[in-house]
Design a protein around this ligand. Structure first.
Ligand SMILES: NC(=O)c1ccc[n+]([C@@H]2O[C@H](COP(=O)([O-])OP(=O)(O)OC[C@H]3O[C@@H](n4cnc5c(N)ncnc54)[C@H](OP(=O)(O)O)[C@@H]3O)[C@@H](O)[C@H]2O)c1
Length: 275
């Protein structure tokens, strides 16, 4: 069983989950079916990825009980606002074919649109109604989080952010720790970039007799972040989950964090918009 971390609402969240941004021609239901049988219990989707139906089909067909699986989905930029956020959640429920969402996130803050507060108010109500178990955000900066909490008094359970050795986000992680927010890492492997051949990663892999991907995912675990690696390959899915039998040394952690150079795709949440 994958270890869990407890969210600020008492939910036990697995410390690693499966990402579901689809590759060309991929059958997402097959990807998620393989992941569930390998032991994944946290599945990360979004209305915008158009993978909710495939995730829902795999969950419905699985012998793993629904209550043992945590499904995360997200509200896209085009559905910010109180009524729109409720509509977004209803659409996700339909797409997934489930009667509750485990974790609902605001996908991006979109500060120029300036409507994430009303979106959040709808999510607070959806949680009270039992339609959504946990609520959180994605791509929020400390300033966005400060404003959310000062205007609504409800602290998000998670903030899902770009996080990998090229962009370790030490300050934001420290803010999360101080406020009891769990950090989730998107593109935890740097999305197949040259990160996996970087010397500190390759050297640690050789030292521990594991793959480069396992080293990077273990780095996330030791930082206290929850990585969401995407793989459609059943062998890599299993390998990515098998990261609890070794430990990186302090020196290896420092060397891997030393790869820092910034965001890979320049998606700064203060200006980046997607709808
Ligand atoms: N909140 C947000 O704004 C946001 C943004 C981006 C992503 N996300 C979430 O984060 C998830 C993960 O991010 P991502 O998909 O961008 O990138 P990623 O998980 O860092 O990388 C995925 C790529 O790495 C390959 N891979 C997987 N395991 C591997 C291993 N052990 N060794 C070598 N290569 C491996 C995969 O190929 P194969 O499939 O062939 O294994 C795929 O090409 C997404 O799927 C999504 O759920 C969220």
């Amino acid at each position: 069983m994958t270890p869990t971390v407890t969210l600020n609402d008492g939910t036990a969240l697995p410390v690693i989950g499966l990402g579901t941004v689809q590759s060309e021609g991929e059958d997402m239901a097959a990807t998620v079916t393989a992941a569930l049988s390998s032991g994944y219990r946290l599945i990360d989707t979004a209305l915008r990825y158009e993978t909710e139906p495939g995730v829902g089909r795999a969950v419905a067909a699985s012998s793993v009980p629904r209550e043992d699986i945590l499904i995360t989905t997200k509200i896209p930029g085009r559905l910010h606002g109180y009524d729109e956020a409720k509509e977004s959640a209803r659409t996700s429920l339909d797409n997934l074919g489930v009667d509750y969402i485990d974790l609902l996130l605001i996908h991006w803050p979109l500060p120029k649109v300036d409507n994430y507060i009303d979106t959040w108010r709808a999510m607070i109500d959806l949680q009270k109604e039992g339609v959504v178990r946990s609520i959180g955000v994605s791509n929020f900066t400390a300033a966005h989080l400060d404003r959310l909490v000062s205007e609504t008094s409800v602290v998000p359970s998670v903030n899902q952010i770009e996080l990998h050795p090229y962009f370790p986000q030490a300050d934001l992680r420290a803010y999360h720790a101080e406020h009891g927010i769990v950090t989730e890492s998107w593109s935890p492997l740097g999305r197949g970039s040259e990160l996996l051949t970087a010397p500190p990663v390759a050297e640690a892999a050789a030292a521990h007799g594991v793959s480069e991907g396992q080293v990077v995912l273990r780095w996330h675990i030791q930082l206290g972040a929850v990585p969401l690696p995407k793989s459609s390959n059943p062998d890599r899915q299993k390998q990515n989950l098998d990261i609890f039998g070794f430990e990186l040394t302090d020196d290896e952690m420092v060397a891997i964090s030393g790869l820092e150079r910034g965001r890979i795709w320049g998606q700064d949440p203060d200006v980046y918009e997607e709808f």
